[in-house]
Design a protein. Structure first.
Length: 308
């Protein structure tokens, strides 16, 4: 049996990541000719063209797109295996790519990153803050912070803590439009839609006794970021469902008031998600432990404040 050309697969993954032969060559520390030969060697072996090449542009063929994720996995797992062996007896060092939701990342993840880098001077962090869905394998992310009910997948996920959502509006809004007594009443209110959710126009509720409700909503504001709703909420333009880390200060100050607190909005939770595979570099393992412990404490403190 002829062994796979692992070097060519790794080169292919690097070309996909850097979107050029020259970019891959610089990243790998080899010549552009070496990269070109590796790609040609792989194409010959597979009997398929991986890239459309022009003088100005390099794009993946259908075959290339199909194989790109597998190539990235080969490169990632090979790199992790070597780094795990090299890092086992040394202090964490090197680059870690982290992705997190925008508001949660800025408020809670970024300070932990600063603490972790201060404690580990050899660590460098590439922190991507976005509420958009990120393909962590395709983007080369080492650790992603996700707040959601995660679907089954090949990704590895570590559940950190539940995240509580609140149905909120200003005191003036509730006074003018009435306080809902049941989730169904929200169909008659101006409700803001969070467009990064799977069903932004349908709010789902569950009560401790097992009763469930699904409400179709309409309102004057749709946005992909929860923080962006706060200004409109404070001046009484409508209602939103937002997590505790966004509305905690407003609830404590009384500028927003929550209703229907005996209903829950699903089983959303905070997770740390990593690419598939059993091997991770020591620096990534160290960050997962550090980040997980501190975020767990932060969420527990928030729940205690909310219950007080």
């Amino acid at each position: 049996m002829k062994l796979p050309d692992f070097e060519a697969w790794a080169v292919f993954a690097s070309v996909v990541e850097h979107r050029s032969f020259s970019g891959a060559a610089d990243a790998l520390g080899v010549s552009k000719a070496t990269v070109s030969k590796a790609i040609s060697r792989l194409e010959t072996r597979l009997g398929a063209t991986l890239f459309h090449r022009t003088s100005r542009r390099l794009t993946l063929t259908d075959s290339g797109r199909t194989l790109a994720e597998r190539a990235q996995r080969i490169l990632t797992e090979g790199t992790e295996a070597e780094e795990a062996a090299l890092d086992a007896a040394s202090a964490p060092s090197g680059l870690i790519r982290v992705a997190a939701p925008l508001t949660f990342g800025a408020k809670l993840v970024a300070p932990v990153m600063a603490e972790f880098m201060a404690a580990n001077p050899g660590i460098r962090i590439d922190l991507n803050l976005s509420d958009a869905f990120i393909d962590i394998v395709g983007e080369g992310i080492d650790v992603a912070v996700r707040i959601a009910e995660l679907p089954d997948s090949s990704l590895r996920a570590r559940r950190i803590a539940p995240v509580t959502g609140y149905i909120v509006a200003s005191p003036g809004y509730w006074e003018a439009h009435g306080t809902p007594r049941h989730p169904a009443d929200l169909a008659h209110h101006a409700c803001f839609a969070y467009t990064n959710s799977p069903h932004p126009d349908a709010w789902r509720f569950r009560k401790a006794g097992g009763e469930e409700a699904v409400v179709r909503i309409e309102g004057p504001l749709r946005t992909n970021n929860g923080d962006a709703m706060l200004a409109a909420l404070r001046v009484g333009l409508g209602v939103a469902i937002l997590p505790d880390f966004i509305v905690r200060d407003d609830l404590e100050a009384g500028t927003l008031v929550s209703v229907l607190d005996d209903w829950s909005m699903g089983s959303s939770a905070l997770h740390l998600v990593t690419p598939p595979g059993t091997l991770r570099p020591a620096r990534v393992e160290a960050l997962i432990e550090y980040l997980g412990e501190r975020l767990k404490r932060s969420c527990a403190a928030a729940r205690a404040d909310g219950a007080a």
